[in-house]
Design a protein around this ligand. Structure first.
Ligand SMILES: [Zn+2]
Length: 251
């Protein structure tokens, strides 16, 4: 794909990202998805110049123009992430049905990450919708991918279920459900690379904050953000040797 097409796809991704960030901020709060955007603090209706992806955040220095309240860096982060996701996923999976489904699944991960970041919630209806699209992808990918997905889902769910039994305060029930969906998407061969990377990313975020005293050991970590990031990265990564070895082992 020529470079100018990637640039165009990245711009499209920025706009999609802005919409996904709005979903992440509205769905858990019970705010209707349609309608104009408002500042969550002062309720002022946002104008066109306050709605430009990333740029508005930078120009307003991360604060509301009307009341000065801090705007979460989640918004520009989700927008930038989606700007990378759209061209990267289309390169990886193509423009056909597989590419479209993988992109829709990636968008679900963006909304889940945003929702967990902003509210510490992984909404059931987004997890359910993600499960449906993932199941559809597995059904279209053949019986091997389907059974590998079911096994991966069981492994991911059981693994985090064991964690929550051992350390009930460490993670939430939403994280356990999400790990099941991550496993379904990743399949048996890639569920642990995805979960492993998620935990490494979570530790890379939390340990410096703990060391600096900005977080306490019992503070809740938005694990959904890292589960999303880990899943998206492993989905994009080509792991031919590892997956071939594990698929051979798994028959
Ligand atoms: Zn405001």
């Amino acid at each position: 794909m020529p470079l100018q097409n990637d640039f165009f796809l990245a711009l499209m991704g920025l706009c999609f990202g802005s919409f996904l960030a709005a979903l992440a901020s509205r769905l858990p709060a019970g705010v209707p998805v349609t309608g104009r955007s408002h500042c969550p603090n002062c309720q002022a209706q946002l104008g066109f110049t306050e709605l430009i992806p990333v740029l508005s955040f930078v120009l307003l220095r991360g604060r509301c123009k009307h009341c000065g309240a801090r705007i979460s860096p989640a918004y520009p982060t989700l927008e930038l992430a989606t700007a990378v996701i759209v061209p990267a996923f289309l390169h990886r999976y193509g423009m056909g049905a597989e590419g479209a489904l993988n992109l829709i699944i990636a968008f679900h991960f963006v909304v889940l990450a945003g929702s967990d970041w902003l509210y510490g919630i992984l909404p059931d209806r987004i997890l359910a919708s993600l499960s449906c699209f993932t199941l559809l992808l597995k059904l279209l990918s053949g019986h091997k991918a389907f059974w590998s997905g079911l096994a991966g889902g069981l492994l991911g769910f059981s693994f985090l279920y064991a964690v929550i039994l051992l350390r009930p305060d460490a993670i939430g029930a939403g994280d356990v459900k999400m790990a099941g969906v991550v496993g379904l998407y990743m399949g048996a061969s890639r569920v642990f690379p995805a979960l492993g990377l998620s935990f490494v990313l979570a530790a890379a975020y939390a340990l410096p904050l703990l060391a600096l005293g900005k977080k306490k050991p019992h503070d809740v970590l938005p694990l959904g953000v890292f589960l999303s990031a880990g899943s998206l990265i492993v989905s994009l990564a080509q792991l031919p040797q590892l997956s071939a070895i594990l698929l051979d082992l798994g028959g």
